[in-house]
Design a protein around this ligand. Structure first.
Ligand code: CP
Ligand code: NVA
Length: 297
């Protein structure tokens, strides 16, 4: 089984993953070793930069008693154009699972189609499912569950937004998104999610009464050439103290990081008392363990 999108898992599976993640987090805090993947090897191929995803997966494997091998596209044959299907079939003979970070979602789909081991999406242009599972873990910890929680998304209808939409569709929490014209989430993903997910006109409409405020960079990796043009289109799509003031008093602020302070979020909000971005980043480690255990054991 692969994990390429949130919709690869049903509600029961996601609830199970949240339980495993909470459990492995507790064990780690109490100093109890949990070597569920002793002797297993995870390979990681990243065609884009990463701090959190790479390090949390590598540390997760080590703490689970296994090991991880990071393969940069620059100094492997992948960067020289070796076919995806050949890389996938060869890696399947060496390691027990793969994490891939790449551009087009079709690339990871092709990789998975030719792999005989689990393939995990460490981010594509279309989805970022591991991140959103850790974000939901953060909501569960901070809000006691995800049921009845109102989540808002302000900004780009990007990979993060798409994975949030799938999560809302499957888990049943409400999600309101405010995105500038021309930067809406994927139409097919939106349609499949159903009535829990709504596109609203303004960031104010999205933030009103929200329990969770959520955003991401205005220009994602691979969109650097559009960054200046995007600054103009996104200038009103910022989480700042005024927008935070429209949300519930106890609202939490999430951001997958890295953040661009002064663009999609202000420094006072990301450093303020409602911000949970560091707990969110920490939860990547615990959620990666749950995903790895589920797919590799
Ligand atoms: N949030 C996230 O995926 O961060 P990295 O790009 O550092 O992995
Ligand atoms: N949307 C961002 C997320 C980075 C973790 C990007 O794709 O660059």
């Amino acid at each position: 089984m692969h994990f390429l999108t949130i919709s690869d898992f049903d509600k029961k599976t996601i609830d199970g993953l949240l339980k495993i993640a909470l459990d492995v987090k507790q064990r780690l805090k109490r100093g109890i070793a949990h070597h569920a993947l002793r002797g297993k090897v995870l390979g990681l191929i990243f065609e884009k930069s990463s701090t959190r995803t790479r390090v949390s997966f590598e540390v997760a494997m080590i703490q689970l008693g296994g090991s991880a091998i990071f393969i940069s596209h620059r100094d492997s044959q992948i960067g020289r154009g070796e076919p995806v299907k050949d890389t996938a079939r060869v890696m399947s003979r060496y390691v027990d699972a793969m994490v891939i970070r790449t551009f087009g979602h079709d690339i990871i789909e092709e990789f998975a189609a030719h792999s005989t081991i689990p393939v995990i999406n460490g981010l594509t242009d279309l989805h970022h499912p591991c991140q959103v599972l850790s974000d939901i873990l953060t909501i569960v910890e901070k809000k006691g569950g995800y049921e009845g929680v109102n989540v808002c998304w302000i900004g780009d209808g990007n990979n993060m937004a798409n994975s949030w939409i799938e999560a809302a569709g499957i888990l049943g929490f409400k999600l309101k998104l405010a995105c500038p014209a021309g930067h809406l989430p994927d139409e097919k993903i939106l349609k499949a999610a159903g009535a829990n997910v709504t596109i609203v006109k303004t960031p104010e409409d999205a933030a009103k009464g929200a329990d969770v405020l959520n955003t991401d960079v205005w220009a994602s990796m691979g969109q650097e050439a559009e960054a200046e043009k995007r600054k103009e289109a996104f200038k009103d799509y910022q989480i700042n103290s005024r927008i935070l003031g429209l949300a519930r008093k106890d609202a939490i602020v999430l951001h997958c990081l890295p953040a661009h302070r002064g663009e999609e979020i202000t420094d006072d909000v990301i450093e303020g008392p409602n911000s949970c971005v560091l707990d969110e980043a920490e939860n990547r480690l615990h959620m990666q363990k749950a995903i790895l255990e589920y797919l590799m054991r």
